[in-house]
Design a binder for this molecule. Structure first.
Ligand SMILES: [Zn+2]
Ligand SMILES: [Zn+2]
Length: 308
């Protein structure tokens, strides 16, 4: 079989098994330049794969600003499939601190329709005014990254905490990126908790790569854990034991497209339709029917980020 035919067969198999199950890609960067040439097709494939909603987080001021032109370029049908998170990734923390990122975010948020909550902790009562503006459903991705250390750690901490406080003001959940910085992340979240800056369902630790012990602390604080393509790798970085340990009611699935492509497409550009492969793997690890995993995980995302 040629490589192309094999690829087509794999796509067909993926679609056959899980196509009809609804899914929410809770972290995908389809407004990034990597998708500039074909994002309409990417969205069409997501729609065909029954991806009901996608949350598009930002990394820096550029990607935050890009959400507006991206959204404006979408059809009415496409607009229904996307929601946004604004924020500076820890890589951009230095820019955030030196160039008044906080003011930039506040200004940009004015262009969005905010997911509002009528109480601080209940996600069921959220509503959105239908102003036709893009919908801001979270703050992110924010956090700490000591693996790359692209920004000085002191600035990473400051940017993380300030944006977290901003989210509390807007009553929005967080999409948190943390890599090799678990103890500092926990410290910051704990002081935020003490200062009443966390919602009872405070958000998700996206692309979770920590230990079971760290997971335990985060689950106690009400966080969800987000899992991606790497859980499908043979040498999975995230121990299946974390997924086994985490209740299904606290799991989210995401692609982090264009990165972290799951098997059998590893090496290619990732896209939202592939989130089904993550779903499938979680069902396998949890030993539940894919339908059951799909339903629970989809409901989790809807509770946290809402749906258009
Ligand atoms: Zn990230
Ligand atoms: Zn990301």
């Amino acid at each position: 079989m040629s490589k192309e035919k094999q690829h087509a067969a794999q796509v067909a198999a993926r679609n056959f098994i899980i196509n009809n199950l609804p899914a929410y890609d809770s972290h995908t960067h389809i407004h990034d330049p990597e998708f500039q040439a074909d994002y309409h097709s990417v969205i069409a494939r997501a729609h065909a794969a029954n991806i009901k909603q996608m949350l598009l987080p930002c990394d820096d001021l550029q990607s935050c600003k890009r959400t507006l032109s991206f959204h404006a370029s979408l059809s009415a049908q496409e607009k229904k499939l996307v929601r946004y998170a604004l924020g500076y990734h820890p890589h951009a923390a230095e820019d955030y601190c030196l160039n008044n990122g906080y003011a930039e975010l506040v200004k940009l948020a004015g262009e969005f329709s905010l997911v509002a909550r009528t109480s601080s902790d209940n996600s069921a009562d959220r509503f959105v005014s239908d102003s036709g503006k893009p919908i801001l459903a979270a703050v992110g991705e924010i956090g700490l990254d000591y693996y790359y250390d692209n920004s000085p750690r002191a600035l990473q901490k400051r940017a993380f905490y300030e944006q977290l406080a901003w989210a509390a003001e807007l009553k929005l959940p967080l999409s948190i990126h943390t890599r090799e910085a678990f103890s500092d992340t926990l410290d910051i979240l704990q002081s935020a908790f003490k200062n009443n800056l966390l919602l009872s369902s405070p958000g998700v630790i996206h692309c979770y790569s920590g230990s079971k012990e760290f997971a335990k602390r985060l689950l106690e604080m009400g966080f969800y854990l987000g899992f991606d393509g790497p859980i499908t790798f043979k040498n999975a970085r995230v121990a299946p034991e974390v997924i086994e340990y985490c209740p299904l009611s606290r799991i989210l699935i995401e692609t982090d497209a264009p990165y972290l492509t799951p098997e059998p497409f590893r090496g290619e550009r990732n896209e939202p339709a592939n989130v089904k492969l993550v779903l499938q793997k979680i069902a396998e690890i949890k030993n539940v029917a894919p339908e059951e995993a799909a339903r629970v995980i989809y409901d989790n995302a809807v509770r946290l980020f809402g749906i258009n």
